[in-house]
Each structure stands twice: as structure tokens, then as C-alpha cells.
Design a protein around this ligand. Structure first.
Ligand SMILES: [Zn+2]
Length: 243
């Protein structure tokens, strides 16, 4: 695990334990609150983060945010039983429904324990922590329940799995909403864009992803630089054609 500071108040805990990609958990420290975006896979992986919280000289309220209902984003939730955990209302429902199945399919990646611990605060559109300037908003795309976080002071946009390089994973067939979400990201005029599996992205990456989605929708022939990209693209096509 690697720890990288991404701004004066935010740090990425970067885990390289999955097969094809890195996964980051983000730690945003404000004056009286700490926001943690996603909890990765199991209690052991959350230990360095808990240590950091416990080392803090002032007791701060810890708020966990689950960006969506995929296993690599919430299997550390049970390390934060005393804290509030925020997600989209659909995300809570999907974690609950798919818990056993996701454990069956990907449980080998858990380090420590992963007990079922659901978000306790849910929303439909957005939640704003006005004193901290942290906006959490619904941003359907990669999945229907995906949410993003905007740090209004630092102008950092945390996009979960909605952006990823070299290629995004489309897990929901509503491409129109995905494109709208990405266009809306540009309105925020972020100074930094960070994603769970790709640390830094640019506005050009957002534009490229919009182009990719439009081509996907139009079933246009596309060329890719690697077999990995080809493979993910074929999976994306399948999701698009499902409905
Ligand atoms: Zn995902």
C-alpha cells in the first residue's frame, strides 16, 4: 500500500492488491470532520487509516462515503461501526441484496474480516456539508447508484469508478445518463479529478470518455491499443446490448 498526498487536506491510500488495477481510498481531513471515500476490501486494509484517525490530537467526526455497490468499495465498512456511512439509497439496497453473491465471487480478496455493514444515511440527489465545503451527489454512470464527491475549496472531484484509464467499465446500460454525468463534471471546473482505479485524470479524459460512450451507443467500430482494452470494450458492448 502506498500513501500519497493529493492536496493539503487529502491523502490517497493506494492498494495494489487486485489483479488488473490499483484501488484508492481517499482521506479528506477538515477542521472537525474526516471524510473517507470507500473502504476497499476488509478490516486489515483499513488498519493504517484507523491508526491515523486515532493518532489525531483532536477527536474528529468520521464520515464514510461509499461511492457505489461494488465489493472493492465497501468491504471495509465494518471497521467503522460507530461512524456514519453515506451512500445513494439504491447503493444501500444493492449492497444488501448482492452481499452473499459478491462474497462468493470475489471473497478471496478480503484481508481480515468483511461483515455486512450497510450505509446508515442515504440520499437521492445530494448532501452538502456546508461548513466543510464537501458536496456528495448522485452521478449515475458506471452503475446506477454511483455517487461523486466535490471538495468545493480544493476543487477536487472524486469520481469513484465513473472514470478510469485506459478504459471505463460500463456496468449499466443507461449510457445517456452516463454522458450527462460526465458533462456535469465539466461544469464543476475541477482543478483535480481523481478516480478509484486511476489516480489523476484530466478534463480531456472526460471528453475522451464521452466520445467513447457515444461511439459505444452508436456501435461504431473502434481500435484499441491493447488486448485488455479490447476485452473490457467487449464486456461494455454486452451490457449496452442487454436491454
Ligand atoms: Zn465499480
Amino acid at each position: 500500500m502506498d500513501i500519497k498526498r493529493i492536496s493539503h487536506n487529502a491523502t490517497a491510500y493506494i492498494y495494489d492488491d487486485l489483479d488488473d488495477y490499483i484501488t484508492s481510498v481517499f482521506f479528506i481531513e477538515c477542521e472537525t470532520k474526516i471524510f473517507i471515500i470507500d473502504t476497499f476490501c476488509g478490516t486489515k486494509r483499513m488498519e493504517p487509516i484507523l491508526e491515523r484517525i486515532n493518532e489525531s490530537s483532536i477527536e474528529k467526526q468520521v464520515v464514510i462515503i461509499n461511492t457505489h455497490s461494488h465489493w472493492d468499495h465497501f468491504w471495509g465498512n465494518c471497521s467503522f461501526k460507530k461512524n456514519d456511512i453515506i451512500s445513494h439509497e439504491l447503493c444501500r439496497e444493492l449492497i444488501n441484496q448482492s452481499w452473499d453473491e459478491q462474497i462468493r465471487e470475489h471473497g478471496k480478496y478480503i484481508l481480515g474480516k468483511a461483515e455486512k455493514h450497510l450505509p446508515n444515511i442515504t440520499f437521492k440527489e445530494r448532501i452538502i456539508f456546508h461548513n466543510e465545503g464537501i458536496e456528495v451527489f448522485h452521478s449515475p454512470g458506471h452503475t446506477k447508484d454511483s455517487i461523486s464527491v466535490f471538495d468545493q475549496e480544493e476543487k477536487i472531484l472524486y469520481v469513484g469508478d465513473n472514470l478510469e484509464k485506459p478504459i471505463i467499465h460500463v456496468e449499466d446500460s443507461d449510457i445517456g445518463s452516463y454522458v450527462k454525468t460526465l458533462q456535469n463534471y465539466l461544469n464543476y471546473k475541477p482543478s483535480k479529478i481523481v478516480a478509484s482505479h486511476t489516480l489523476y485524470l484530466t478534463e480531456a479524459d472526460i471528453e475522451d470518455t464521452i466520445d467513447y460512450l457515444n461511439n459505444l451507443l452508436a456501435k461504431k467500430e473502434m481500435n484499441f491499443q491493447s488486448q485488455h482494452m479490447e476485452k473490457i470494450h467487449r464486456q461494455n458492448l454486452k451490457i449496452c446490448n442487454k436491454f
